[in-house]
Write a protein that binds this ligand. Structure first.
Ligand SMILES: O=C(CO)[C@@H](O)[C@H](O)COP(=O)(O)O
Length: 228
């Protein structure tokens, strides 16, 4: 498939996902998760082996639905006038290997990235962490940018883990979700708990939550909390 060949239902779906992905980038700046152009959101296109991702190195203020890039799940551009994010291969690898994932986010949010720089998982010492992450937020391996290595590290770390966030060592945060919005939420929550746990540790030892309490909190938040 080449640029401009998206037709019919897929074309309408892609137009909707372009808008969604573009708008979700506003949340990265709103919550101060990114500096300059250093983060990205993507979403899987339902019903097709495609994804929509941010263009590389374009200011968040200048992003438009039209500037989003449509690629295959191997990172090949099929629609768009810009080069896709440098993390395209990482996002694509996640979509290929985690069929339940429909959204991926990358940030360099400062407190969470500081934990990644120390190669240190964030321990589960807050009810908000148990709620959203179901335990610690793990660290993934160091990987160079471009190619499949970041994606392999994300999948190897998060597969079978309840956390939708991984701190990629010496790099930053990658989150996954059943939707792109859910992945953005996980990125927001990840930075929030990274900051609080960091501050807590400067005042004294951290107090872990017992595993059975983590389970109870996670089940309540994931199954009961909010509007059903
Ligand atoms: O982590 C990095 C670079 O260190 C990348 O994730 C970029 O900061 C984001 O780049 P684009 O999405 O604009 O290509």
């Amino acid at each position: 498939m080449s640029s401009g060949e998206l037709t019919g239902t897929i074309s309408d779906t892609v137009a909707r996902i372009r808008q969604e992905v573009c708008r979700l980038h506003e949340q990265l700046t709103r919550w101060e998760l990114v500096t300059w152009t250093s983060g990205n959101v993507s979403a899987r296109v339902p019903g097709a082996d495609l994804m929509v991702i941010k263009p590389s190195g374009v200011s968040y203020d200048d992003l438009t639905p039209e500037s989003m890039v449509v690629t295959t799940l191997h990172g090949d551009v099929v629609d768009g006038n810009h080069s896709p994010s440098s993390d395209t291969d990482a996002h694509a690898y996640v979509y290929r290997h985690m069929p339940q994932v429909n959204g991926v986010v990358h940030t360099h949010s400062p407190y969470a990235t500081a934990w990644a720089a120390r190669d240190e998982a964030i321990p589960c010492v807050l009810t908000a962490m148990a709620d959203e992450f179901g335990g610690e937020i793990p660290v993934g391996p160091f990987a160079l940018i471009g190619g499949d290595d970041i994606g392999k590290g994300i999948v190897a770390t998060l597969d079978g883990h309840r956390s939708p966030a991984v701190l990629m060592r010496n790099h930053g945060v990658f989150t996954i979700g059943a939707s792109a919005k859910a992945a953005v939420k996980a990125a927001v929550m990840c930075e929030d708990v990274a900051r609080t746990v960091h501050i807590a540790r400067t005042g004294g030892p951290l107090v872990p939550i017992e595993p059975h309490h983590i389970d109870a909190l996670y089940e309540r938040y994931q199954g009961v909390y909010g509007q059903r």
